[in-house]
Design a binder for this molecule. Structure first.
Ligand SMILES: O=C(O)CCC(=O)C(=O)O
Length: 269
């Protein structure tokens, strides 16, 4: 005799891609890392496109080795339509399998944001570190399911010296934002529950919106470059208005799932 199987397309996809341990980590720790979600060619194209976008918009092309003119922390939104590499990156299948697990297969893309971290504090982040926070912007207490899920795609290696992410394992179960003192990541009173998360280029760091995270100051002159993807339930307002702006030719060269991520199946707004 055999027990009845449970049929669930999301679980089947997680098994097919051998991501069972990652799904468990998301449930237990509130974050996980999957290496090699991008191949080296796509990682290199994504990095070049990200650097070019920052350069075009600021007038200073970032140099990953020297980090010149990029001390501190820099953020650029609306990257997706700047380069076809970004369209491929948001479709990385291992990432989407875990995103489906967190926020459902009908989720939409809220933003594709570029993050550059250079040495020290700079003008943009006087503390040097980015304080602990959750990415759920809905009122507290947070829902007992996830409204948003975040992915950081590493386009360069992210190690402790270059200002890696900090996570508080298990904090996704608290269903609230950290208090002011709980946000602190360095110096006296730093939150001792925060642990570092390092990952090589080509990896995805994935977490549900409730998990407390931040990042430490970089102590190296080179740049750490990541893409932050935020996915959300389809009834929420997105950071970036893809449904209203995505060109038809972009939809035509991509899959139906890409169109769903662009919000093409939503009826509100
Ligand atoms: O890039 C970082 O340092 C922080 C990233 C972050 O907080 C996020 O993607 O939500």
């Amino acid at each position: 005799m055999h027990a009845s199987p449970i049929n669930d397309p999301c679980l089947d996809e997680i098994s097919r891609l051998q991501l069972e341990r990652n799904a468990l980590e998301l449930d237990v720790a509130g974050y996980t890392v999957v290496e090699d979600v991008l191949d080296p060619d796509l990682t290199a194209r994504g990095l070049e496109a990200a650097l070019k976008t920052f350069g075009d918009r600021t007038g200073k092309l970032p140099n990953v080795e020297t980090g010149e003119s990029y001390d501190g922390y820099f953020v650029q939104r609306y990257l997706l339509l700047r380069d076809q590499a970004f369209e491929e990156i948001i479709m990385a299948e291992k990432v989407l399998a875990l995103i489906d697990f967190l926020v459902g297969q009908d989720c939409i893309l809220s933003t594709l944001t570029g993050h550059i971290r250079g040495e020290g504090c700079g003008e943009t982040l006087p503390t040097g570190y980015l304080g602990l926070h959750g990415d759920d912007t809905t009122p507290m207490p947070s829902a007992n399911y996830f409204n948003f899920a975040t992915v950081n795609i590493c386009l360069t290696d992210v190690d402790e010296a270059s200002g890696c992410l900090a996570f508080v394992p298990g904090s996704h179960k608290l269903r609230r934002q950290p208090t002011g003192p709980e946000r602190v990541l360095a110096g006296e009173g730093a939150n001792s529950n925060a642990v570092p998360c390092v990952a090589p280029a080509g990896s995805a760091i994935i977490w549900p919106s409730h998990t407390w995270h931040g990042s430490w100051v970089s102590e190296t002159p080179g740049l750490r470059v990541t893409l932050a993807e935020l996915f959300c339930r389809p009834y929420l307002q997105t950071y970036e208005m893809y449904r209203e702006t995505v060109p038809q030719e972009v939809l035509e060269r991509n899959s139906p799932r890409f169109a769903t991520l662009m919000g093409m199946d939503t009826i509100t707004g």
